[in-house]
Ligand binder design. Structure first.
Ligand code: T1G
Length: 688
């Protein structure tokens, strides 16, 4: 039973019991509707509604969104509760999100526990509230708050919900408190639907639309939600509901909602493959080698997960730098109210920085985040292998280097794994877990256990240059440099990719990270680069000119006064000169043409990555591109997006492009197979 009910005299207790988070599927809707009838038949004086487990209700069951909605529909169930002569009290402990919040708002009264949250995150799934939320919330909290909550999708904690008058009170035991509520007081509360809608306010609506234009420019649902809220301000409640419902039903079958659902469930499916049978080592004290920005971010993430972290450095200057870097992150988290003073003190107590490797003799995991040089890493691993217990796992945070080569330097290469964090390591959710040829299941299990402890999205990757993410990034950058050399400008390329949905284009992004990193990689690849592959020399010229990006004041753009980017004619001239030297004809590419080339280049490379078994499935590539490289979440990630284009159309276009350059645009065999068989990349199997 997804909904249980019992009564004590004239008080009814109804509980949603649909683990793990009381998602509101058909059986919950039916159970609630039955409970309304039951309470009315028994002429109860109140119904106390609660959720079993860690949630009140996490919203409509999004797994049902791919099929036609089954009766009873949630709006009807909630109208039955709202209009019933038996008042319902929502006793909220845990989260009340989306349809869960709508249920609570249809109740006469809401009582929240201090740790609970209430919110309307529907837009994060590409839909809008579909069960009265766009009409009831403004009536309870006013227009401004409702616009904010619904169009941005951010939940309120109990204190903020009380301040917003969304909950009547905050109590440790909401069910008990609901029982104690004075019946007369309860009887005086006006049903939500009968409350007057707030006044139409042009300015508030315009501000909300302006905020959305900045925060989620390409997304349909937020604007649609504002339209529906506005529509309901000047018509009766029950006339507005069908408008809301129609918008919800239309959006849920739309491409953006499908893409956002895909990422929602992909994120939750990012778990250790069932083929891994070993147990992880005990995670308590973890050594981090290198106290630079990355090492310090990793150490802070460990501290935030309640673990002990020791940063190992080569000298006292390094130790001091490590302490400063970690303290900077603690400070920033304190200022943002993410941690309390007591928690900060506790972090400091579990942190150490030293040159003394013997202090980590009990650590069962070490994460090396030292300078990106194979020689440095081999030296560090030799020391770690001698110091840590022999069962301990040795991980490297390298972004590119060959883990097999590193592991081969150790007596037991099976204890070596790649744990590739993304900067800033304590914020970015993605963790690439890189399996070497000899890596043990225990090491893999430890990587996933750490990913879980740090609330990261773990993705298993095989060994190749750049693993999953950086390999796709390198092809993306190469395609960008090619259109730049052949006719475009960094500005045009960035503009095109921002229009596609990236928060920032490749050139502005590289100015932030620095042109020297990619340069070092190109030099590392000189010996192995395919001589037949076209090489774009512009970025090398930039580095020769000392244009490394923001850190040198100028890169692909200039940043006068450290402010916004401005075009740099020197950079544009570089491309014209190089294309002239290469006797290349320059083309005036449109934004669409630029986007098409960069996206197809990534898809083709990703298909090879999947075909080679470097990635286990297309879903993992979607997670990497969205959570590590800024691919628009509302497009569902690179491979999900590719499936909206179809392998057939992609292969046809790649074949045309390969006329221009047969090496760079060589069509991935996996794409060919998908096109031939008419299958999606999401269902494609690696050939290796
Ligand atoms: N539908 C279906 N499954 C859901 C779900 C949902 N709404 N929410 C969670 N799950 C599953 C999830 O896939 C996972 O499954 C398990 O529950 C635990 O989740 C009509 C249209 C509630 C804060 O957007 O934000 O209501 O992997 O790992 O970290 O107007 O889940 O175990 O098989 O995330 O503790 C609006 C979405 C829906 C909230 C808990 N609601 N959920 O986080 O656990 S639209 C949302 C969350 C709607 C109405 C509209 C989080 C959580 P599995 P978890 P968690």
């Amino acid at each position: 039973m997804s909904v249980t009910k019992r009564n004590e005299a004239d008080v009814g207790y109804v509980e949603i019991d649909n683990p793990p988070v009381n998602a509101i599927g058909q059986s919950v809707r039916q159970g609630l509707l039955d409970a309304v009838r039951w309470a009315e038949e028994l002429h109860l004086t109140r119904v106390i509604l609660s959720g079993k487990g860690r949630a009140f209700a996490a919203g409509a069951d999004a797994r049902e969104f791919d099929s036609a909605p089954l009766e009873p529909h949630l709006p009807d169930v909630l109208n039955a509760i709202d209009e019933s002569f038996v008042p319902w009290i929502a006793a909220i402990d845990g989260v009340a999100l989306g349809g869960g919040a709508e249920i609570a708002m249809a109740c006469r009264m809401r009582i929240m526990s201090p740790k609970s949250q209430i919110g309307m995150p529907e837009v994060t799934l590409g839909v809008i509230p579909g069960a009265g939320g766009t009409q009831r919330l403004p009536r309870l909290v006013g227009l401004a708050k409702a616009l904010d909550m619904i169009s941005l999708g951010k939940p309120l904690n109990a204190a903020d919900a009380l301040a917003a008058k969304l909950t009547h009170t905050v109590e440790d035991d909401p069910v008990e408190e609901a029982y104690m509520v004075n019946t007369e007081e309860l009887g005086c509360i006006v049903p939500t639907w009968e409350l007057p809608a707030p006044e139409h306010d042009k300015e508030l609506l315009a501000n909300a639309r302006a905020t959305i234009a900045k925060k989620s420019p390409n997304q349909i649902a937020p604007n649609r939600a504002i339209d529906v809220i506005e529509a309901g301000l000047s018509i009766p409640f029950h006339d507005a509901l069908p408008i809301e419902r129609a918008a919800f039903l239309e959006l849920k079958t739309g491409e953006q909602a499908r893409a956002l659902r895909h990422i929602f469930f992909a994120e939750r499916a990012a778990k250790m493959p069932e083929t891994i049978k070993a147990d992880p080592v005990a995670l308590d004290h973890i050594a981090v080698v290198g106290g630079g920005t990355m090492g310090a971010g990793i150490a802070y993430a460990l501290l935030n997960a309640g673990l002990r972290a020791t940063i190992l450095e080569t000298d006292e200057d390094g130790v001091a730098r490590a302490q400063t870097n970690v303290e900077k992150v603690i400070d920033a988290s304190l200022k943002r109210g993410l941690i309390s003073d007591a928690r900060a003190q506790d972090h400091r107590a579990r942190f150490n920085a030293t040159t003394d490797y013997t202090t980590v003799g009990d650590a069962m995991l070490a994460i090396e985040a030292a300078f990106e040089s194979m020689e440095v890493k081999k030296d560090v691993f030799a020391k770690l292998a001698m110091t840590l217990p022999k069962e301990a796992i040795l991980a490297t945070n390298t972004s590119y280097l060959d883990i097999n080569e590193l592991a081969a330097t150790l007596p037991d290469p099976s204890r070596v794994i790649g744990l590739h964090f993304f900067a800033p390591a304590h914020i970015m959710k993605l963790l690439e877990i890189v399996r070497g040829d000899k890596t043990s299941d225990a090491a893999i299990a430890t990587g996933f256990a750490l990913g879980k402890a740090l609330r990261k999205i773990p993705v298993l990757a095989g060994v190749c240059d750049g693993f999953i993410g950086n390999r796709i990034l390198a092809r993306y950058r190469e395609a960008a440099d090619t259109v730049f050399m052949d006719g475009s400008t960094p500005w045009e390329v960035d503009e095109a990719m921002e229009a596609f949905g990236y928060a920032m284009g490749p050139y502005e992004a590289q100015d932030l990270s620095g042109l020297d990193i990619a340069h070092a990689n190109r030099r590392r690849q000189d010996a192995t680069r395919d001589p037949n592959r076209r090489y774009i020399p512009i970025a090398d010229r930039m580095v020769e000119l000392g244009k490394l990006g923001r850190k040198t004041g100028a890169g692909w753009y200039r940043y006068p006064g450290g402010n916004g980017k401005v075009d740099d004619p020197i950079v544009a001239d570089l491309a014209i000169e190089e294309s002239h030297l290469a006797k290349r004809e320059r083309t005036d590419y449109s934004g669409e043409q630029i986007t098409e080339r960069l996206v197809l280049a990534m898809i083709n490379e990703a298909a090879d990555i999947l075909d080679e078994g470097i990635a286990h499935n297309a879903r993992d590539i979607d997670l990497v591109t969205v959570f590590g490289y800024g691919f628009p979440r509302w497009r569902g990630g690179l491979m999900h997006h590719a499936d909206t284009l179809s392998a057939k159309a992609i292969v046809a276009r790649l074949r045309e492009l390969s006329q221009e350059d047969a090496v760079a645009w060589k069509v991935s065999p996996l794409l060919e197979r998908c096109a031939e068989r008419g299958i999606n990349l999401a269902d494609a199997a690696p050939s290796k």
